[in-house]
Every structure is written in structure tokens, then in C-alpha cells.
Design a protein around this ligand. Structure first.
Ligand code: SF4
Length: 326
């Protein structure tokens, strides 16, 4: 497999894609451009509104700051960790599951990321996290998020897998990632060896891919996901509803149909978290409900993900679809 490389210079991406304008320098200074070369090379040339490009291209519209859009919309820092006496990097929002915000570098920098303004926390101390979790029998699932756990340096990743594999009560390890879709060449034999180690210790591994548009599901992504499916890992998708990217039922229907063909179960459709710099991506909830109602008319129920929003402090994600009783 070719080595994964990334484009981080907006002028290089502009020239590769023959874009008419440069990236906005203020937006690029706020969150640096990053996109895997293998995905960038598959984008349409000369189209600044390409729905995949829009997710990663630093735009002047990020400089608008309407009321209600904040640096930390889910109140993750300063720390719920500190309040609950949790080790740095551990979030415990929901019963039975903890989330580790790994500092793995993301496959791409999403302009709408709700963690885009959070400076990296202290390096993750996996030994400390493991020592904490050894004493918490109620935690049966670890979610590795981030950052992107597959962007951790191999040594740190192996260390993390070693400690997680040894945790007695943990039954499931869920990996939230964009790498297998945007940068399938990141699925290396060394990674698979690490995953097998966790499985040998009796944990079930599952993947939740962040996918927002059917164009992300390239032939290479299909190969990458197939290599995970062959090993029996359950695969799920998470999608953020984004203006200009996927704000039409037909686009989402195509995305979820195609995902299912690749063995990926549509899991969540997220309402945008109101992070500063991302207001132009917001689709109002009422419009989102209309889109999901149209989606239900296009797809069987098992292909329609749950439309939800995250609310700080809530015991679970909040469903946004109205029931027929509403
Ligand atoms: S992959 Fe996830 S964590 Fe990384 S920039 Fe995108 S939304 Fe944020």
C-alpha cells in the first residue's frame, strides 16, 4: 500500500484542484488545512463547491461569529475529567461507556469540528487511564475518539491497545475514525496486528466511520472497509448534517445506500454542534426534520440513521425526529 501523505498547504491544493480563489488566511490560521492526498486527488477539478472539498477548505465564512456559536459547544474543557476525578483525556458522559479523546492526528481537518478550538490536552497517560478503568467494573465499552485514534503514532497506538486489551471488564472497543474512508492506505498490517491483539483478549472491536457525502465512498474506501469487514468487525457510520454538503434527502439516501453496500450500518445523523466558525454549515432543526422525513420515504427504516443532537450534561444523545404522536 502507498504511504499516506497529506496536503497541508492551501496553495498546493488550490493548484491541484485548479480552484479560482485562495483559501482564507484567517480561517487557515485558525484551523490548518489538512486532507489526505489520495482523497484530494479524487476531487473534481475547478469546483470550489465540491461537497467533499467544502468540508476541509478554509473559507472566509468561518470568520462570521453569530451569537450562540462558541469555542467549546459541548463544554468538554476545562474538564469534566477534572470534576469527576477522571484521568486527563477520559470523558464519561454516558452509562457503561467512556470515551478517550486520543490526540491522534485526524485524517483531515473538518472545518465544522466541535473540537476545533480546543488546544490539545496533556499527552494521554494510558497507564493512568488503565489504572482508573481497572477499578470501574461498570465500564464495558471504550470509545476511542479524538483527534483520530488511527492517527496515533504506531508506538502510542500499540501501547494504548496493550493497556486496553488487559482491562478486565471491557467487552467492546469502538473506534471513531475517518481514516479508512478518506485515507484507506492507513490500514496497515501493523494496525491489523494491534487490532487482533485486542480481539485475542476477548474484546469485540467495532468501527464508527465519520462519512458525510457519497463521494467519500470511493473504490479505495470500499477496499479499506472490506478489509475490516472480512475480519468481522461491525461497521457503523456517523454523519453530520451540513449545509451545502448533504442537506438534501436524495444525497443522504445515496450515501446510506452506498454505505450499506459496503457493509456499513447508518448509525447517527448529527445536528451540527454550534462551534464558532461553522455557522454557515448549520441546517436548522426543522429543516433537518423535513429532510429526514423525506429520507424515510426513500429508504427502508434500517437505512435511516437516528437524527440526534448532543447536549452537554444529557445522559444520552437527544433524538430530533418527531414521533407520530407529536
Ligand atoms: S475527524 Fe472528527 S475529530 Fe477530526 S477534525 Fe474531523 S470532526 Fe474533528
Amino acid at each position: 500500500m502507498p504511504e499516506t501523505t497529506f496536503i497541508t498547504d492551501p496553495e498546493e491544493l488550490k493548484s491541484l484542484l485548479e480552484l479560482p480563489e485562495s483559501a482564507d488566511p484567517r480561517a487557515a490560521a485558525s484551523l490548518a488545512l489538512r486532507i489526505p492526498r489520495e482523497m484530494a486527488e479524487r476531487l473534481k477539478k475547478g469546483d470550489p463547491n465540491d461537497p467533499v472539498l467544502l468540508q476541509f477548505w478554509p473559507s472566509a465564512r468561518e470568520n462570521d461569529s453569530p451569537v450562540g456559536f462558541t469555542a467549546d459547544p459541548l463544554c468538554e474543557r476545562p474538564g469534566p475529567a477534572a470534576e469527576k476525578n477522571l484521568p486527563d483525556g477520559l470523558l464519561w458522559k454516558y452509562a457503561g461507556r467512556v470515551l478517550v479523546t486520543t490526540q491522534g492526528v485526524c485524517a483531515a481537518h473538518c472545518r465544522f469540528c466541535f473540537r476545533r478550538h480546543l488546544s490539545p490536552a496533556a499527552p494521554i497517560d494510558w497507564e493512568k487511564i488503565a489504572a482508573f478503568l481497572e477499578k470501574t467494573p461498570s465500564v464495558e465499552e471504550i470509545i476511542l475518539s479524538g483527534g483520530d485514534p488511527l492517527g496515533m503514532p504506531p508506538k502510542e497506538r500499540d501501547l494504548a491497545f496493550h493497556y486496553i486489551g488487559a482491562l478486565p471488564f471491557v467487552k467492546r472497543v469502538r473506534i471513531h475514525t475517518r481514516y479508512p474512508i478518506l485515507s484507506p492506505s492507513s490500514l496497515t498490517p501493523a494496525l491489523f496486528r494491534g487490532l487482533e491483539e485486542i480481539e485475542k483478549r476477548g474484546k469485540r472491536l467495532l468501527f464508527a466511520f465519520h462519512i458525510n457525502h457519497p463521494a467519500e465512498l470511493t473504490a479505495a474506501a470500499a477496499e479499506g472497509t472490506a478489509s475490516l469487514r472480512r475480519r468481522g468487525f461491525p461497521l457503523f457510520s456517523q454523519t453530520v448534517l451540513l449545509r451545502g454538503v448533504n442537506d438534501r434527502a436524495e444525497i443522504l439516501a445515496e450515501l446510506f445506500r452506498r454505505a450499506f453496500e459496503l457493509g456499513i450500518i447508518p448509525y447517527y445523523l448529527h445536528q451540527l454542534d454550534r462551534v464558532a466558525g461553522a455557522s454557515h454549515f448549520e441546517v436548522p432543526v426543522e429543516e433537518g426534520r423535513r429532510i429526514v422525513a423525506e429520507l424515510r420515504a426513500l429508504l427502508p427504516g434500517y437505512l435511516v440513521p437516528r437524527y440526534v443532537r448532543e447536549v452537554p450534561g444529557a445522559p444520552s444523545k437527544i433524538p430530533l425526529e418527531r414521533s407520530s404522536a407529536d
